[in-house]
Design a protein around this ligand. Structure first.
Ligand SMILES: *Cc1c(COP(=O)(O)O)cnc(C)c1O
Length: 368
């Protein structure tokens, strides 16, 4: 079965092998050397001043950013499950919330952000997804972040890049915290969250808040190549192995191949007469809106050995999402669009003539 869900993503064989080594104690020079290497490579990936690794799923990193970077009032963008989650965390942590809500195919608008900031001078942190995974949507994060910083450089800009870091180059000029997670673009098992931080964020964190998720405690320890609490040693060993895999061709090649794959997939799906759901699609996944989504997904799973994701909440049964994150062999991506064309033929929607794979190959191999 090909795993083509936008998280979790498949873990490369070499990385699984690296993680199968005997357990290391985390308070040893051996592990500190491994941690140091992972930390340096992570800092390079984020392109930011500081970073921390946390033993949690991505949501833990989101929560630690809310706790440590927002003191009074948060502005959040809710255009899907993960943007909604930021709002829920803000409320659960007892802070005031201003939420801008959008349909899941619609990116946040700069004008709405402008208005919210004009009406709420006490907003001290802004939270947004780079790629909102609920609908496969790309927000204009860089543009909005630049505006927020122009209005008030004190406002902390927190970007959830869990389905964007490792997918595309993100301009971090106006971002204070950028969140990544192990099981999406970084092709690891779940359980490791990472945050890139600006110097301004480190300053704002000060002595930190909370206990487990106190970022000041973690920064202090991680600068000494250790962690405050027991480190997820296996996942950190895996992270170095992932960087080794990425470095075989380089990060820029991974970015360009991901973009080419996403473009080839989208063009092939459109050639089949299918409709792309978001108005500004992310590179991390391709999302189709279709009344037969469940039937298509079921056929792919049972007949063509492909596991794609469906939709949640009001989009349950209405969309399907194809992963583009990670080091995906191109023949697998061609098989996915081909399988969708065969499923459409099974459903009597169109006759099979090889349009999908032909279109994919024409677009992809023109790019690479
Ligand atoms: C998966 C995901 C998360 C984090 O989810 P966890 O299950 O806590 O790892 C956060 N944001 C986005 C955009 C995601 O896709």
């Amino acid at each position: 079965m090909l795993l083509f869900t936008p998280g979790p993503t498949p873990v490369p064989e070499s990385v699984r092998q690296a993680m199968a080594t005997p357990t290391l104690h985390h308070r040893t020079p051996e592990f500190e050397a491994i941690f140091k290497e992972a930390r340096e490579r992570l800092l390079e990936l984020f392109g930011m001043d500081e970073c921390v690794m946390l033993a949690s799923s991505g949501t833990g990193a989101m929560q630690s950013c809310v706790l440590n970077l927002c003191q009074t009032k948060a502005l959040t963008i809710n255009a899907g499950k993960f943007g909604e989650r930021f709002g829920k965390i803000v409320t659960a942590m007892g802070k005031e919330l201003v939420e801008l809500k959008y349909e899941w195919n619609t990116p946040a608008s700069l004008d709405d952000v402008k208005k919210a900031l004009e009406e709420n001078h006490d907003i001290d942190a802004f939270f947004i997804q780079v790629s909102e995974s609920a609908g496969g949507l790309r927000h204009p994060v860089e543009e909005i972040a630049a505006y927020v910083k122009l209005v008030n450089p004190e406002i902390m800009v927190v970007a959830d890049g869990i389905t964007a870091v490792g997918v595309e180059k993100i301009d971090i000029s106006n971002i204070d915290a950028l969140v990544a997670g192990s099981q999406k673009a970084l092709m690891l098992p779940p359980g490791l969250a990472m945050i890139g931080l600006s110097n301004a964020a480190v300053e704002k964190i000060g002595s930190g808040v909370d206990y487990y998720f106190n970022l000041a405690t973690e920064i202090k320890k991680q600068q000494q190549n250790t962690t405050a609490w027991t480190a997820p040693t296996t996942l950190i060993i895996g992270l170095n192995a992932i960087f080794d895999e990425i470095d075989k061709e380089g990060l820029d090649v991974l970015y360009s191949k991901t973009i080419a794959r996403a473009k080839a997939t989208q063009t092939a799906l459109e050639a089949l007469g299918l409709n792309i759901y978001p108005s500004t699609p992310a590179k991390s996944m391709s999302t189709v809106i279709d009344e037969d989504s469940e039937a298509i997904r079921k056929l792919l799973k049972t007949k063509y050995a492909v596991n794609m994701a469906g939709g949640q909440d009001h989009l349950k049964g209405k969309i399907f999402r194809i992963n583009q994150m990670g080091l995906i062999p191109v023949n697998e991506s061609v098989w996915v669009v081909n399988a969708i064309e065969m499923a459409l033929a099974d459903l009597g929607r169109r006759s099979f003539d090889g349009t999908a794979s032909k279109t994919f190959n024409e677009v992809y191999f023109k790019e690479n």
